[in-house]
Design a protein around this ligand. Structure first.
Ligand code: ADP
Ligand code: MG
Length: 233
């Protein structure tokens, strides 16, 4: 088994109104290449905290985050940004697209920032947009797209640099059920095609079926939930 990500003893707490909130407690987690983990838990259970720490966006108070052979939190901030661009893809609930850029410019941005020649980045971005069914929308700005279309642009952007790990935080939290299904389908297809591991967090238990593995979070503690012992997985 090739390990992509390993969290060991990760803890994170916040001080709020004099009270300490434990967002994540003693969290241990090993993710293998190609796994698709769905993390469910109620609002406030630590899902976003987990993704931000795993993705090198927020520092843990305790514990370590290793991506392959790299200690993510031992790097300097600039090195960590470059590391994120090359190895990780992010999809957020509210898309986080750049409003002034067209769909194809949004998708090519991670490559351009990483020094890929503009023409190559543009071509690669158009290919990805085609893969998420938006080839005809390449020149549209986010405001001219529906929520589901914006999220498919986000998925294309997240996968354009062929990351080993995709982190998705409530990617369908703002979408109707039809658009949600389209977004989940492109996530699954592109991840499988690129052999990327996925961690998708959601408060929606119905999404569990999309993963190969299910983790439940309650008050910052994780419980591995076995799908169905009877079918021998
Ligand atoms: P989820 O994504 O599952 O809703 P979060 O990871 O966002 O949960 O939050 C976990 C807990 O940590 C919640 O109680 C939340 O209010 C608290 N929390 C998260 N971020 C902060 C912050 N920046 N400052 C204070 N408390 C925070
Ligand atoms: Mg959240």
């Amino acid at each position: 088994m090739s390990v992509v990500l390993e969290l060991t003893g990760v803890g994170k707490s916040y001080l709020r109104g004099g009270e300490r909130i434990h967002a994540l407690r003693e969290f241990d987690f090993v993710l293998a290449a190609g796994e698709f983990v769905v993390v469910t838990g109620p609002s406030g259970s630590g899902k976003s905290t987990l993704l931000h720490i795993a993705g090198g966006l927020d520092a843990p108070d305790t514990g370590t985050v290793r991506f392959r052979d790299t200690d993510v939190w031992a790097m300097g901030a600039n090195a960590r940004s470059a590391f994120r661009r090359r190895n990780l893809g992010f999809v957020f609930q509210f898309f986080n697209l750049v409003p002034m850029l067209t769909a194809v410019e949004n998708v090519s941005l991670p490559l351009v920032l990483d020094g890929v020649p503009a023409r190559v980045a543009d071509e690669r971005a158009r290919t990805l947009l085609g893969r998420v069914g938006l080839g005809a929308r390449a020149e549209h700005r986010p405001a001219e797209l529906s929520g589901g279309q914006m999220q498919r642009v986000s998925v294309a952007r997240a996968m354009v640099a062929e990351p080993a790990l995709l982190l998705a935080d409530e990617p369908t939290g703002n979408l109707d059920s039809g658009s949600s299904a389209e977004v989940l389908a492109v996530v699954r297809e592109l991840a499988a095609e690129q052999d990327a591991a996925v961690i998708m967090v959601t408060h929606d238990p119905a999404m569990v079926e999309f993963g190969s593995r299910h983790l439940g979070l309650v008050d910052g503690r994780a419980h591995e939930l076995v799908p169905d012992a009877a079918d021998g997985r």
